[in-house]
Design a binder for this molecule. Structure first.
Ligand code: CU
Length: 146
């Protein structure tokens, strides 16, 4: 009698725990999904600033794991002076390739690195960090040369 009574008490309590567990599971799943959506490439446009000599300048931050800005519009056949700042302690890299996969530029980044890129022809160029797994973590972007 006592055991069956305890069994009855335990039953609903376990059921509530199971329900709470499922609710927690769904909450975690929703938070995880929200995190993945938040991490999915948020395009951050960058507008190069033109100096007195007509050279375009732009600073790009290389963080874990994103370039900011990561969408750059610039004219082709005109120099784009990039100042790429890696404020992290991680090793990062700045690689540019053409839409058909030809390597245009690849540089490992120390803090304050500068480099220059002149899009030879109009089109889309992809930029990314070539360190293992960084591109997959969305450390990437594009240069749209018009
Ligand atoms: Cu990286």
């Amino acid at each position: 009698m006592m055991w069956s009574g305890m069994g009855k008490l335990r039953g609903p309590a376990q059921s509530r725990r199971a329900t709470a567990g499922r609710a927690l599971g769904w909450t975690l799943a929703a938070l995880l999904l929200a995190g993945v959506v938040a991490c999915a490439v948020a395009p951050v446009p960058g507008a190069p600033v033109v100096d007195g000599n007509g050279v375009r300048h732009l600073e790009i931050q290389a963080n874990n794991y994103a370039f900011t800005p990561n969408v750059i519009r610039t004219p082709s056949k005109q120099a784009l002076a990039l100042s790429i700042v890696n404020p992290t302690t991680a090793r990062h890299n700045f690689t540019i390739e053409t839409a058909d996969g030809r390597l245009v530029l690849a540089r490992d980044l120390q803090p304050g690195n500068q480099t220059e890129f002149t899009p030879p022809v109009p089109g889309k160029y992809f930029l990314y960090c070539d360190r293992l797994g960084h591109r997959a973590r969305r450390m990437s972007g594009e240069i749209d040369a018009y």
